[in-house]
Structure formats: C-alpha cells, structure tokens
Design a protein around this ligand. Structure first.
Ligand code: ZN
Length: 182
C-alpha cells in the first residue's frame, strides 16, 4: 500500500517540534485539500482536521488532529484543546448515526514508547466498539477490502454530516463567530 511506509517509526522518529513536516501524513493531508477524498479527510475545521484511519483498529476509526504540527497537549492552546474535544463529541455523533457502535474507545498515545504511530503530530483516536468485536483485524486483514469499505464509509459520514450539520462547533468563545469550514 502506497502510504504504508508513513507509519514506519524508523522514518518518523526524527520528527519533533513545531512547523509542518513533509513526512507527516497529517500535515500532508492538511496541505493537499485537492486529495481529501483519497486521503479520507472527513472534516476540516478552523484549527483541526478529522480523517478516517487508513489502518483502522475497528470500523469507523477516526483521527482528530490540530492543524499545527505539535507532538502533544503541552503545546496546544486552550482554543485548540476545546476544538479537539468538541470534535470527539461530533465524531461520536456522526459515527452513531451511521454505524451505531455500542461504545467507543477515545485515546491518545504520546511518544514512540507510548505507542504513537506518528509521534510528531498530536492526534486523538476515536474507535467505535461493538460487543464481540475483538477479532475485527484478523477477520478484515485484506487491505483492499478495507480500502473499499473506507471510501464507502467516508461517503456515508459526509452525507450524514450534511444532513445533520456536523461538525457543530457552536460559538467561538473569543470572536463570537462560528467555526465550521467543512
Ligand atoms: Zn504534522
């Protein structure tokens, strides 16, 4: 698969600090809006991006990341943190409308030893869960099958977003304007 090498930790270990990184797939996605379909980008908002994970732990696995290439929460602004957690909420809404999970795992991994596949760029995992789903990856190990279902799922999520006006980020506390640039 073309993007597989982006997840290789030995290529990403050197990525640190601020600024866009050409070898970061999140920055790559941010900088190439014309490839949003191919890159499985669901939403772009004021300071964040939401994408379907190309290598999902489960069906509907979303990644929510700030637009800035920062490694962890210590370098995120309050406004960025607020938007990220609101996007967790909106992601749960959208996924619940489409694939009706029984529960969710929401989490972050910091640093390589913390299990981060992309240690340079903060991202929140939103993983839908169903009762008895633990064998998903061994069942769906054919990446071609996964890619096809990812494209279909992306279309469904975009459609439901349009119908339900998601993501709804309400009012920006500082400017009083809505930030919703889908
Ligand atoms: Zn990045």
């Amino acid at each position: 698969m073309e993007h597989s090498n982006l997840w290789a930790p030995w290529r990403l270990g050197y990525i640190q600090g601020l600024g866009n990184s050409p070898d970061c797939f999140i920055c790559h996605n941010l900088n190439h809006p014309q490839l949003d379909q191919e890159n499985l980008v669901l939403w772009r908002t004021g300071a964040s991006i939401v994408v379907l994970n190309r290598f999902p732990y489960n069906n509907g696995h979303l990644l929510i990341a700030p637009a800035r290439h920062i490694p962890d929460l210590t370098q995120a602004s309050d406004q960025e943190l607020l938007e990220l957690i609101k996007l967790v909420r909106e992601s749960q809404k959208a996924l619940s409308l489409i694939i009706k999970p029984h529960g969710f795992n929401v989490g972050m991994n910091f640093g390589r030893c913390g299990g981060a596949g992309l240690p340079g760029h903060l991202h929140i995992h939103v993983v839908p869960r169903w009762q008895g789903d633990t064998n998903f990856m061994s069942v769906c190990s054919d990446t071609k099958v996964i890619s096809q279902s990812l494209a279909e799922l992306l279309q469904m999520l975009k459609q439901v977003s349009k119908e339900h006006n998601l993501p709804s980020l309400t009012i920006d506390d500082r400017t009083g304007t809505t930030k919703n640039e889908r």
